[in-house]
Design a protein around this ligand. Structure first.
Ligand code: KET
Length: 453
């Protein structure tokens, strides 16, 4: 018999467990967890152990990614997944960009290796990603004032920044828009960073509550982090105008706050990478210090590659070097170093003039398809709904989503009766809609809006 293990019949137990008196031969005593079993001439009592995980309750499904799981389980042929913000073709199939396939073929031909990347990620990617954001040759880049490290897409990059805030700005609050992308709160909660909200959406106008936003940013304790969606606000699809951005920058500067941009849709709002970076560039031009998290999930369709970056714009190259060193220190025990595949795709596409213009054309195509279904949905609603309700807010919203104004019960009706899967805040992803399904969706929305309260 091996010295470390006691074997009896089919039962093997480690000595540590035996010591804990969970196994007794010949007697079951009065312990309720012990049951008698017979093995030929020996009667053995085996512990039926309560699980160490008894105290762990069932987690609720994720409000966004859980919708896709429910969609998969539905067998109705009319079902429609408008939950997650993921681009689909007119045939409602996932889309891999041609330029991505081209870059991948090139990588295969070259026989790139699979060695670890440095903690901060692929140098060519970090250079390309900062240049896409600020524009090549921008002073913040030339003066080496941006600390950029590759992150696990937008989410992982936000999480790194949250950890930096927790470590170096203890007690500072992050102030986020109400409403916002559902995962923001989770990210700051998990990083133990306190947060509060600023007003953003006005249900009466189905537009921006600009006065409320400004008042709440003003009221936040000096030196707070103000989380801003660079473009295509999720979930509302409502962005400040260029004039409003100037006022937002004014009040943030006045109160010594630190802007924190989440840029998950660069190129997807307008179809132009530069236009969609205008808000970020406005803050850079003012010489402010701020954070920008980037994602290539949507604009390059690299959802599962987990490729993005965190950029910290600093007032000196020296500060940027120090910040970068600390970001690396945070990343190392979390995941050691980031994956290489997506980083190489981005670096190759951005670094090659032909592929870069092919990417822009495909991005315009994707943004264009979303605009076309947005218009078609609006037209269907207007022609079918005789109540006189003004549906024009749908056309005013931009990006992947439409914030329908449907409440939770109405959203439940969309799913339970019409098999239209969407988040319970009334958001629908137009990137998951086809022209062919617009009329069906309009029927579902009209029914839910008028017949359910
Ligand atoms: N920021 C925003 C505003 C955002 O909408 C997403 C994703 C992310 C960051 C992170 O994406 P990543 O793939 O980590 O780069 N939003 C969609 C998917 C999700 O919820 O994870 C969504 O809202 O459907």
């Amino acid at each position: 018999m091996a010295s470390s293990m006691l074997s009896l019949g089919s039962t093997s137990l480690l000595p540590r467990e035996i010591n804990k008196d969970k196994l007794k031969l010949g007697t079951s005593g009065s312990n309720p967890f012990l049951k008698a079993k017979s093995f030929s001439r020996v009667t053995m009592t085996v512990a039926v152990k309560p699980s160490r995980f008894e105290g762990i309750t069932m987690a609720p499904p994720d409000p966004i990614l859980g919708v896709s799981e429910a969609f998969k389980a539905d067998t109705n042929e009319m079902k429609l997944n408008l939950g997650v913000g993921a681009y689909r073709t007119e045939e409602l199939q996932p889309y891999v960009l041609n330029v991505v396939k081209k870059a991948e073929n090139l990588m295969l031909e070259r026989g790139d290796n699979k060695e670890y990347l440095p903690i901060e990620g692929l140098a060519a990617f970090n250079k390309a990603t900062a240049e896409l954001l600020f524009g090549a040759g921008h002073p913040v880049i030339k003066e080496q004032r941006v600390a950029t490290i590759q992150g696990l897409s937008g989410t992982g990059s936000l999480r790194l920044a949250a950890a930096l805030i927790e470590r170096y700005f203890p007690g500072a609050k992050v102030v986020i828009s109400s409403p916002t992308w559902g995962n923001h709160k989770n990210i700051f909660n998990d990083a133990k960073v306190p947060w509060s909200e600023y007003r953003y959406y006005d249900p009466k106008t189905i537009g921006l509550d600009f006065e409320g936003m400004i008042a709440d940013i003003k009221e936040a304790p000096e030196g707070s982090f103000i989380l801003l969606h660079g473009c295509a606000h999720n979930p509302t699809g409502i962005d400040p105008t260029p004039e409003q951005w100037v006022k937002i920058a004014d009040v943030i500067q006045e109160k010594n706050h630190i802007p924190f941009f989440d840029v998950a849709y660069q190129g997807f709002a307008s179809g132009s990478l530069d236009e969609d970076a205008a808000s970020v560039r406005l803050f850079a031009e003012r010489g402010m210090e701020f954070f920008v998290a980037q994602s290539y999930s949507k604009n390059l369709g690299l959802y599962a590659e987990r490729i993005g970056a965190i950029n910290v714009v600093c007032s000196s190259a020296d500060a940027a070097t120090r910040v970068k060193s600390q970001l690396k220190r945070i990343a190392r025990p979390m995941y050691s170093n980031p994956p290489v595949h997506g980083a190489r795709i981005v670096a190759n596409v951005v670094g090659d003039a032909t592929m870069f213009s092919e990417w822009k054309a495909e991005m315009e195509m994707m943004a264009g398809r979303i605009k076309t279904v947005r218009q078609e949905l609006y037209d269907s609603l207007v022609s079918k709904d005789k109540s006189g309700k003004d549906w024009s807010f749908i056309l005013k919203q931009i990006g992947m989503f439409s914030f329908t104004g449907l409440n939770k019960t109405q959203s439940d009706n969309m799913t339970n009766k019409w098999h239209v899967y969407m988040t319970k805040d009334g958001r629908i992803s137009l990137a998951g809609l086809s022209l062919a399904k617009c009329e069906y969706l309009a029927d579902a929305i009209i029914d839910s809006y008028h017949n359910v309260s």
